[in-house]
Design a protein around this ligand. Sequence first.
Ligand code: SF4
Length: 171
Amino acid sequence: MREQNLYLSGITPESIVDGPGLRYVIFTQGCLHHCPGCHNPESWDINGGKEFSVKEIIRMIKKQMKIQGVTFSGGEPFLQAEGLAHVALAVHQTGLDVVTYTGFTYEELIEKGKTDGNINSLLCATDLLIDGKYIHKKRAVDLPFRGSSNQRIIDVVKTRENGQIMLMYGD
Ligand code: SF4
């Protein structure tokens, strides 16, 4: 694997609010969606963040013993799709699952993936995709793992198998 770097706004080694089970959460730096009411505007600057090598991140994840999986949040993870796809691959190899948050919709990522192999790789390496911008007027405090009701929790594996969007929780 080519040595690659990722730019992060933060890491939370143990979280129960960023996907199912106990999760290691990587907050990427850089987001161009600029959703009004975003809870993490300090993650927007694409020139900011702390630099980590992909190998370093994989090493840190492997030290976390009790987690169900790893979550990529942001920022916009798909701006750093290549490096995250490598992390996701290593995560799967250890038997853990991958949740990816994105301000893009699943359909937009499928379109982008047709011309950008890295986007396709990260999408394919994602088990659950929580998609769509945060829309403040649709703010939902009662929905698990989402900020607004337009956002979907998509089972990417089942969606690919069935050829149609398959939602976790069926909502
Ligand atoms: S996509 Fe996420 S990080 Fe980016 S502006 Fe919207 S809520 Fe904030």
